[in-house]
Design a protein around this ligand. Structure first.
Ligand code: BG6
Ligand code: MG
Length: 217
């Protein structure tokens, strides 16, 4: 088999975007301003550091390096508290169906995430064993939309980028997959993710026969 599948984590495998949102909103409120769901769209797929830069721009706040570093830590401490009790019930619909099918066909599977919390989350929801390769926020120097995260994943999978399929819920992630020369599949709003090669609302819309069309034996 020459094909590899790469999954984003937040918003594709688990619905953690809501917890990221709560943690950023808490910080924004402490700093004296509102942070809306619409603004949170800009944070999807984006590194923690870049998210804080955007948040401070929204609040028109100038931070010293020391403040910046302590707010990065504070946001993550709050986020970790929100996800502490996460369990299998937070896996998004039909994700196990797709992972099981790929595993049973012996197709290599990678995680390609911007998050530094990826591994503990996969452990909490009992999906870690599906992944042959994990590339996350701890392994990259350039954040999505840079293709680095997916190119490292392809290399570790031993699959050519053009034979990799990427599932993404973020605009920055679709751009990264396209820049890597991979087949991008948008999970979520097709209008927002209009740069993707294929679009699905969620994995319940993805049939096993569609997956077969992507696999080169
Ligand atoms: C991405 C999320 O997967 O990971 C972003 O979509 C988040 O919202 C980024 O900022 C970094 O995550 P973490 O867990 O390292 O703060
Ligand atoms: Mg995502």
């Amino acid at each position: 088999i020459k094909t590899g599948f790469i999954f984003d984590l937040d918003g594709v495998i688990v619905d953690t975007a809501k917890y990221h949102y709560l943690a950023w909103r808490k910080l924004a409120n402490e700093l004296g301003f509102e942070f809306t769901h619409e603004q949170n769209e800009l944070f999807k797929g984006v590194s923690r550091k870049r998210c804080l830069e955007i948040l401070l721009a929204i609040g028109k706040i100038k931070a010293t390096q020391e403040q910046f570093d302590s707010w990065m830590i504070e946001k993550n401490v709050d986020y970790l508290a929100y996800i502490e009790n996460m369990d299998v019930s937070e896996i998004l619909p039909d994700v196990p169906k797709v992972l099981d099918y790929l595993k049973h066909k012996n197709i290599p599977i990678a995680l390609g995430s911007a998050s530094k919390n990826a591994k503990p989350i996969l452990e909490k929801v009992n999906l870690l064993s599906y992944f042959d390769v994990l590339v996350d926020g701890n392994n990259v120097t350039k954040a999505k939309p840079d293709p680095e995260v997916f190119l490292i994943a392809a290399k570790q999978l031993g699959v050519k980028p053009c034979n990799c399929i990427v599932f993404e819920d973020a605009v920055a992630g679709i751009e990264a997959a396209n820049a890597a020369g991979m087949i991008s599949i948008g999970i979520g709003d097709a209008e927002i993710l209009n740069q993707a090669k294929y679009n699905f609302k969620d994995f319940t819309e993805i049939s096993l026969s569609f997956l077969d069309t992507l696999i080169i034996e």
